[in-house]
Design a protein around this ligand. Structure first.
Ligand SMILES: C[S@@+](CC[C@H](N)C(=O)[O-])C[C@H]1O[C@@H](n2cnc3c(N)ncnc32)[C@H](O)[C@@H]1O
Length: 334
């Protein structure tokens, strides 16, 4: 109530009412100042995020330029036995991501022209290309897979959440290009999209709508055909069809060199970590897509790492994904 003087009020009553009104004004002023401070904080955070995205794009462009410069130098020098396989993987990456033929975008925001910057960090759903993860994350997958091979990390390569299969096709191609004759690629998906949220068991997934997007449901037959298109479907590509909670606990996998999680939700991320993390070899790599863009996915990672006492630092890929390396035998925490 604002301060109003009534004819029969005593001086004491007036003073008390006035004091209460002054106190209330102070509180309102403080609340307004808090709102203002929060606005400034939010704006500051927005600026920082934009700066991070800008820096990531710049770093990505530099990495790509360095890579191409290195390739050109080696070609010019006429040496380097892996030039042919590098060129094959470069071309395949451009093809699978859709940058080669400037694939249009067809996702939550409807159909739009190809946007090179958004494709670089996989912020779109490409219309026809076989992976949505973008150039930076494909390069990260290649770099870590080649590192695991070079360092002799034991085990297979696994992706949980494959969509049209592009990242798995790339992993199979990286093995082929390296002349690997042993390792398998595990392709885990429902092949009918994401599950509806189980809010009772996983409150972090409450309200998740991803299960309602038909664009995210790609059949196993289609993914197999996609592998076949590149002559990369063989007995070393193993499909795990069904919900992660049903397929992963009994998956016939002994050890893992690369574990790539791309199931978006808390449940999907947690199910994969619970069933597969213990199988990742010392020195192996865990890649989490969507860590920076799907809060429930990040929550599952944080909960799991806390529960298991995992202290290996999270490394940034782009403005979306992170990875960490499982410590080798001599190091302390897993
Ligand atoms: C974002 S897409 C994966 C993108 C893919 N990695 C790529 O390279 O384009 C998510 C996929 O995860 C699958 N998925 C999510 N949660 C799942 C679950 N709990 N069980 C089985 N499949 C799941 C969906 O069917 C979908 O194909």
């Amino acid at each position: 109530m604002p301060f109003v003087r009534r004819p029969n009020d005593s001086i004491a009553q007036l003073e008390a009412a006035l004091a209460a009104e002054i106190q209330r004004s102070k509180e309102l002023a403080e609340a307004a100042a808090n709102v203002q401070r929060e606005r400034v904080d939010m704006r500051q955070k927005e600026i920082e995020m934009l700066a991070l995205v800008g820096a990531n794009l710049a770093a990505l462009a530099t990495r790509q330029n360095d890579g191409f410069r290195d390739l050109r130098n080696r070609l010019a020098a006429g040496t380097g036995e892996s030039i042919g396989s590098d060129l094959y993987l470069d071309l395949l990456e451009a093809e699978l991501t859709g940058t080669l033929h400037e694939d249009a975008e067809s996702g939550m925001r409807g159909v739009r022209d190809h946007d090179r910057a958004r494709r670089a960090v996989g912020r779109d759903w490409p219309a026809t290309s076989l992976t949505m993860i973008g150039t930076a994350r494909m390069q990260n997958l290649r770099m870590l897979t080649q590192r695991a091979l070079a360092e002799g990390v034991e085990g297979d390569l696994v992706e949980t959440g494959v969509w049209r299969g592009g990242a798995c096709i790339y992993m199979r191609a990286i093995l082929a290009a390296a002349g690997d004759a042993e390792r398998r690629v595990f392709v885990a998906d429902s092949f009918r999209g994401l599950p509806p949220p189980n809010e009772a068991a996983y409150p972090a997934d409450a309200g998740d709508r991803l299960h309602s997007y038909p664009q995210l449901a790609v059949s196993r037959q289609q993914v197999e055909a996609n592998f076949r298109q590149y002559e990369l479907l063989d007995e070393r590509v193993v499909f795990l069809e069904g919900w992660f909670r049903d397929t992963l606990p009994t998956a016939p996998i002994k050890s893992i060199a690369i574990l790539r999680l791309d199931g978006d939700m808390y449940e999907s991320t947690m199910d994969a970590l619970v069933s597969l993390y213990a199988k990742v070899s010392p020195g192996g790599f865990v890649i989490i897509d969507d860590y920076h863009v799907v809060r429930s996915c990040a929550q599952a990672v944080t909960d799991f790492r806390a529960r298991e006492g995992i202290q290996a630092p999270l490394e940034e890929v782009d403005s979306v994904a992170v990875w960490w390396q499982v410590p080798t035998a001599g190091e302390t925490s897993r």
